[in-house]
Structures are given as C-alpha cells and as structure tokens.
Design a protein around this ligand. Sequence first.
Ligand SMILES: Cc1cc2nc3c(=O)[nH]c(=O)nc-3n(C[C@H](O)[C@H](O)[C@H](O)COP(=O)(O)OP(=O)(O)OC[C@H]3O[C@@H](n4cnc5c(N)ncnc54)[C@H](O)[C@@H]3O)c2cc1C
Length: 484
Amino acid sequence: MADILIIGAGVTGCAVARVLSRYEANITVIDRGADIAEGASKANSGIVHAGFDAKPGTLKAKLNVDGAKMYPALCEELGVPYSQPGALVIGFTEEDRATLENLVRQAELNDVPGCRLVEREEILKMEPNTNPEVLCALYAPTSGLTSPYEMTFALADHAAVNGVKFELGEEVQGVAKGSDGKWHVTTSKGERVCDILVNCAGVGSANIHNMMNSETLQIIDRRGQYYLMDRMAKLPFTMTMFQCPTKMGKGVLVSPTVHGNLLLGPSAEDIPDELDTSTTADGLKFVLDKSRLTWPQASPRGTITNFSGIRAHEAKGDFVIGAVKDQENAYETVGIESPGLSAAPAIGEMLGTQIAEEMGLAKKAEIVPAIKRRKPFHEMNTEERAAAVAENPLYGNLVCRCEVVTEAEIRDAIRRPVGATTIDGVKRRTRAGMGRCQGGFCSPRVAEILCEELGISMLEVTKCGGESKLLVSSIHDAMKKEGC
Ligand SMILES: Cc1cc2nc3c(=O)[nH]c(=O)nc-3n(C[C@H](O)[C@H](O)[C@H](O)COP(=O)(O)OP(=O)(O)OC[C@H]3O[C@@H](n4cnc5c(N)ncnc54)[C@H](O)[C@@H]3O)c2cc1C
C-alpha cells in the first residue's frame, strides 16, 4: 500500500485527507501546530461565499461555487453548524455601482444563483441599521455562514475513523527525492519517507513547493484583524454586510457569525512574518473606521476578543492545485486564501480524486460514516437536557457558564478521534471559553479535565502547545525543595 504524507492539517489538508481515506493507502497528516486548524482555518470570517467575487474562469471561482453548493449537505453529514442568511455588498457612489454591476455579471458567469442589484429603499428594508447614505448593493441570497475550525475538526475526525493518522507539533524543514524514488521529508522530529507527498501547508506552501521545483511560487502573507462582539439580544444585521472589494480583498465586513456573535473585519496588511498573528492598534482602528461606513453605530463596546488570521496570497492571484510540475508523486495546494474555506470541500474532492486516479489507488470496500455529533447542551430544550443528564450525569456539571458547556461535552471533545489536547483545542471543539469571560472562569476546570483525560500533570497543560503553559511551577513542590 502506498504511503501518503499530507503536510498541513488546515481545512484543505483535512478535506483532501478525508477524500483519500476512501482509498487503500497509509495516510498521515502532519502539522507544525499543536492542533489541527491552527493556521488560517481557525481565524477567518467563516463565510461560505456565494461565489460572485472570484474572477470568472479561475480555479477560485469554480471551486468556490462548487464548494459552496456542497456545504449544506456536508455540514448536515458531519454535524457542523451552517446557516444561509445571504449577503449584501453595499456601495455609496456611482463608481461603486459600476463595481457592483460588474459583480452581478460575474455572478452570472460563475453560475451563482439569485444575485441582483438592489437600491437604497430595499436595502434599508432588508437591513434597517445600514448607513442611510448607502446607494445600492448586490444581494446574494446564497451566502452562508459556518464555523471554520469545527468544519476542519469534523473533516479530520471523519478521515481518522477511516484510518488517517494525525501527527501534530512536527514542522517540515526539507523535502528531497531519494535514490529509492521516494520522498524524504526532514522534519523537526527526524525524517519521514513516503511514496506520495501532498503539500497543503497554507502560508508555508510556497516554501515547500520551492523545495521541489525550480519554477518558484511566492506567498504574500496578508494579515486580517478582527473584532468579535458578544452575543446580543438582537443583532444589528441578519445578513453578511460586505463593502465593495478592492485589490487587497473583499474589504471589511460586518456579519453575524454562525454562533450568533457579531464580527467586524478583516483588515488587509502584507506582513513579513507568516506566523505574526498579533493585533495592532492601527489595524483595529482601520477595522472600526471601515465598519462605521456600513454601520455608523459600530463601537468597540461589547468586544469580547480581537484576533487575526493570515491569508496565503499567491503572487499571481489564483489557487495553485494539482500535481507539482516536473515531479512524480507530488501534489500541492498553494495560495489557498479566501474563498478557501468555501472551496475546501470541492478542493478535497478534486485533488483527492486526482491523486487516487493517477496513483492507481483502489477504493475501499467499506467507508465508516461520520460520527453524528450530539446536539450541544446549550441548544437542547429542557426535555432533551433532562434526558442527556439521565443518560450521563456529567451533563449536569456546567463548566463554561457563558456558553453553557458541560463536563460531558468537554470529556467528549478530548476523546474525539482527533481529540483536543490543549485549552484552545477544547475551546474550539466545545465553545468552553468562547464567551464573555473568555475562559476566565472555566479554564482551570478545563485544565483539570485535560489532566484527568490525558494523564498529564497541571504543569504540562498548555493553551495552544509549545511554551504556552498555564502554570510554570508548583509552589508546593518548590517549598518542599526549599525544606519548608
Ligand atoms: C483574515 C482571513 C479571512 C478569511 N475569510 C474567509 C471566509 O470568510 N471564507 C472563506 O471561504 N475563506 C476565508 N479565508 C480563507 C480561508 O481561511 C483559507 O483559505 C483556508 O483556511 C486555508 O486553509 P489551508 O488548510 O489551506 O491553510 P491553513 O489553515 O493555514 O493550514 C495550513 C497548515 O499547514 C501548516 N504548516 C505550514 N507550514 C508547515 C510546515 N513547514 N510544516 C508543517 N506544517 C506546516 C500550518 O500549521 C497550518 O495548520 C480567510 C482567510 C483569512 C486569513
């Protein structure tokens, strides 16, 4: 059986792994992060784009539209949240109107259903909190919302139950073809040898491509910063509110999230360090000022966190997906910036199937279906809650009060096929720590549960791997050492 090594456990690598798990092969996914979805797949707008924005004829356009069509059924199958509230792209000037008319034409060419131009009166009826100076907008009824990391976890879990291994905290440092015809991959933990190499390394994907090919690619690291607002009794907008796109991207949006928070952002700044996910006063000011153009009442009050993600913008602009030129048994996805989350299911099908066909992989006789995830406790009605507690009393222990997450759900998250091993891993799988107090109250209890489930000590618990330890030493041990 062929050994396949996939580099990168973001939404792209996990989507490809899930498709390949339908075939006879030994598949391993490695990632330098302490968890899956530690790159762009954890920090983006979570929009399943309708597909009007990408240039017709590009891979971005095709895979965006194909992927968006797959989302409702895939989310249902994998138990990932999804909704389809639609979107408006608003304009204020005649120049914006020309841009929006062009987007409507693009929507037709890209085969995106239902897009049309709407005027001020209709916009204000649809979304009364929009800046009244708005002139016109593109209305896209099929624009959707999802949870990007929950999609990535679900894809990984489904791949894992079908035999894919996930090895985390391992960075690829070198790639070379050996005299045995196999790929020899040098990593931070040693050497791995495989028959087929698949590069899905996000911001690191061009570096890995350039280790295999003299026709180099270049990733420009483009950071986007956000405000995440607390859930409100009534959100000011029901749809995703975009502004006219620029050459730097889709612009700043004001949007509900699939979990009912409000998101403002992202900025777009080219930065020198592919790992620099800091937020800056200037970046956040830009986001707030731009958001006020859509929503004049936008204010930092109600912010529960700020974060940023880094887009892997390939200098020529389109996704690069397929076999690595002039190399045998090597495949890649490079430059998977937005709409990469929307496109991921289609990228997985396209590249996974190409690899299987070209490498002559046999289809497995049986594929294990995705594990149906239980409804989160916070979504259950009183009867469902009572039944859950009767079945497992740990549903009666509330750990995260802001997001109503129980001990049973936290233990489940750690026990998933690719389970949580860090505080952030638990947070993204369960929402414990995602609420107003941002883990202030529940983190110590989450840490205790991690210790119990993983058999580690409190001193080994990290927020997100590496040196992000919660506790640096034990006062009790130190005092004992001092003879106190
Ligand atoms: C600000 C922002 C907003 C966005 N908004 C949207 C949106 O609303 N809708 C949408 O469709 N798309 C959106 N996107 C794009 C989307 O997030 C990405 O296209 C998608 O997440 C890319 O997934 P990926 O798996 O290719 O990359 P990643 O998620 O970055 O995964 C790549 C993985 O490779 C690993 N890696 C890198 N180098 C190495 C190495 N040398 N060794 C080992 N591992 C390595 C990284 O740790 C990482 O986990 C947005 C992106 C950003 C940054």
